[in-house]
Design a protein around this ligand. Structure first.
Ligand code: SF4
Length: 439
């Protein structure tokens, strides 16, 4: 029995895809093992957004070869699609597969026989038009279910359309079927993932279905306790979806909505499809219907043309907005993007300073959000996340909760009253007398 090990860099989508590819191997009789367990085959799923993707990839390959010098090393993922030749020159790499090929890996590489030459199977990204269903299982308490792939937007800074191709989706029927399969394994929470999830519904190049209808259909799936939308563009997060989530049986009051900049000048330069006024409108709508909702925000600092004044616009905008946390990205140039050609480049030192300022603001926002919710009762899904004798989990509105460790709590949903914020910044539950939630 050949042993295969996986390594995933990047986003939830990559995790769902690695998990699905690993199941393909298991179905074919391979033994899935940990990276350290002397595998015969390594599959490394890369990311192009990750800083220093090339260095990271090289490091992992080196490590793999140290563990198993005669192993077969395959590189897949966004970075493999963007730079197949560059990767093929890394010492120790046996094969590089692009976006259109990665789900046919076992068939294309056949018996994983080592050859003199590195195999490069990466078609042009235009060839990646098929949607491949994927979800993670057994890896975490929550499952990442991929419902959409690719993107038809062309934001000036982004390489994702180059790495993943045009927008395409699963069908509602097939997603619902996957949700039933996932429920049958005992997983309690599904996180819906995609590149541009609000654009769900394009099948074979035609718009057939709507994301809102997918939301309605999934809300009816028995056996899944929670459904979370991973991230959705503000212009696609409609009143219809927000209103439905507010009275849904299963969709949780947590939204992650990319903003990228609080300055309309920069938003226009980035080629985003909304202005800050729309963002305020979305936040207001969510908070009016669900005052306890958690709202996470992606923001990029140091985009070309972001003067001190324009950055301050973003800072003040976020400071005043009723949001719960930020994911801050320091802008870095990516080859073949419009932004990489733009003037008014912001010096790296300034980018880092701005990033630091927003990270501090994020902590302030998170603490305020947690404080507002103290004394209230929520449901926590405990995960296999143990640190200093404490087990952790998240409430429906994404508050990270710590409780005294008890292995019986893993993958259990419990009602808790939020007592206090501990020195690690998590909300602590002092009274471990949990009440079982009925489902
Ligand atoms: S919406 Fe913009 S940032 Fe998001 S994946 Fe598409 S092009 Fe990239």
């Amino acid at each position: 029995m050949k042993k295969v090990a996986f390594y995933t860099l990047g986003c939830k989508l990559n995790f769902s895809e690695t998990s699905t590819i690993s199941r393909q191997f298991e179905e074919k009789g391979y033994l899935k093992v940990d990276f350290q367990e002397n595998p015969d085959i390594f599959i490394i799923n890369t990311c192009s957004v990750t800083k220093n993707a090339d260095k990271k990839c090289k490091k992992i390959v080196k490590e793999a070869k140290k563990i198993s010098p005669n192993s077969y090393v395959t590189i897949i993922g966004c970075y493999a699609q963007l730079k197949p030749q560059e990767i093929s020159e890394i010492e120790g790499v046996d094969a590089v597969l692009g976006a259109a090929e990665k789900f046919r890996l076992i068939e294309l590489l056949d018996d994983f026989a080592k050859a003199q030459e590195t195999k490069v199977l990466a078609s042009e990204i235009q060839e990646a038009t098929v949607f491949n269903n994927a979800y993670s299982i057994n890896d975490r308490t929550r499952t990442f279910l991929k419902v959409q792939d690719g993107c038809n937007y062309g934001c000036a800074f982004c390489t994702i359309p180059l790495a993943r191709g045009k927008s395409r989706s699963n069908t509602i029927e097939s997603v619902v079927q996957s949700a039933h399969e996932i429920a049958a394994t005992g997983v309690k929470e599904i996180v819906l993932t995609g590149v541009n999830i609000g654009d769900f519904g394009i099948v074979d190049g035609k718009r057939n279905e709507r994301f809102a209808d997918l939301v309605y259909a999934l809300d009816e799936v028995e056996g899944i306790n929670r459904l979370r939308i991973s991230s959705i563009e503000p212009n696609l997060l409609t009143n219809e979806i927000i209103s439905f989530a507010a009275q849904s049986k299963r969709f949780v009051p947590h939204f992650h909505v990319p903003l990228q900049s609080g300055s309309n000048t920069i938003l226009r330069k980035m080629g985003r499809r909304y202005l800050r006024e729309l963002y305020v409108d979305r936040v207001t709508k969510i908070k009016t219907l669900m005052p306890h909702a958690c709202i996470g925000v992606d923001v990029i600092v140091g985009f070309p043309g972001e003067t001190d004044e324009l950055f301050l616009e973003t800072y003040n905008f976020l400071n005043e907005l009723d949001i719960s946390y930020l994911h801050v990205f320091t802008y870095s140039e990516r080859a073949n993007t419009r932004a990489a050609e733009m003037d008014e480049v912001v010096p790296m030192k300034k980018r880092n300073e701005r990033s630091k300022m927003l990270r501090i603001l994020s902590e302030k926002k998170r603490r305020k959000f947690y404080t507002e919710n103290l004394g209230q009762t929520f449901t926590v899904l405990f995960e296999e996340d143990v640190e200093d004798g404490k087990i952790h989990g998240f409430t429906e509105n994404y508050i990270r909760v710590a409780a005294k460790y008890d292995p019986m709590l893993i993958n259990e949903l419990k009602q808790v009253t939020l007592d206090q914020i501990n020195d690690k910044g998590n909300v602590e539950v002092l009274e471990p007398e949990f009440v079982f939630e009925k489902h």
